[in-house]
Design a protein around this ligand. Structure first.
Ligand SMILES: [Mg+2]
Length: 242
């Protein structure tokens, strides 16, 4: 592979950690670890669905933020007012100012750059918010500004083919030598495969693979396995496609 392109949220860092910390601070319920893990997965379901509605212009960003946590709470039997949802979002953003890359991702970035690979990110979301996270993660240690793509900035969101095509044109990609890595099967794996790229599913939440024709080239279950996969790839150059 010549070009390695990453999703950001919950691929490069543990997004659940900031969500869980926010829940502990803002929701007056004592959750078990298992309940919090489950609540995180539920919240992502609403987040992804409402993001599509927001991109389609059916909701404002604030309405999306309110609805996604309120709806997730409703599903687990907790009532949340609109004001509480706004406060939750504010606290969540504050938590996101503390996010840090997985240790193995830092190591992976180092070896990719040392091996002269082209590295980029493609993330869905609002430009200001995603930029804040990219800055907090200090991705500019390895990735130039021109190689950071945010859906609201490029005018297309994953999984649409157009989002991936923007990068193909801007970075002059050879699809056969390009791999995308992400945690979301529906956005990252379906999107990358539809665009004709290779795809690695960072399935550290151990979700079930959806039925259907789309299959990732490789599945890894932790940042450690992701690092090991690319270490093999750099040694023999065919670990991802075989
Ligand atoms: Mg993600």
């Amino acid at each position: 592979m010549d070009t390695i392109i990453f999703d950001v949220d919950d691929t490069l860092y543990d997004q659940a950690a900031s969500f869980k910390n926010t829940c502990k601070k803002m929701i007056d319920v004592s959750f078990t670890d298992e309940e919090l893990n489950n609540f995180y997965i539920i919240s992502r379901k609403y987040s992804d669905a409402l993001f599509d509605d927001q991109v389609a212009g059916k909701l404002t960003v604030q309405e999306m933020h309110i609805r996604r946590i309120k709806d997730a709470c409703t599903e687990i039997g907790i009532e949340m007012t609109e004001q509480q949802a706004i406060d939750f979002q504010e606290a969540y953003v504050a938590e996101q100012r503390q996010i840090a890359l997985f240790d193995e991702v830092m190591e992976l970035m180092d070896i990719l750059i040392a091996n002269n690979k082209q590295v980029a990110v493609l993330t869905n979301g609002a430009e200001g918010h995603q930029s804040m996270k990219i800055k907090q993660l200090r991705l500019d240690r390895w990735i130039s500004k021109e190689n950071m793509f945010i859906s609201s900035g490029i005018g297309h969101a994953k999984p649409s083919k157009e989002a991936f095509e923007v990068l193909e044109h801007k970075l002059g990609l050879d699809k056969n030598r390009t791999v995308y890595i992400g945690d979301s099967f529906a956005n990252d794996i379906v999107g990358a495969k539809q665009a004709g790229w290779h795809a690695v599913w960072m399935n550290h939440r151990k979700r079930d693979m959806p039925e259907g024709t789309v299959k990732p080239d490789k599945v890894v279950y932790s940042a450690r396995e992701l690092l090991d996969l690319f270490s093999d790839e750099l040694l023999c150059n065919d670990a991802i496609v075989n």
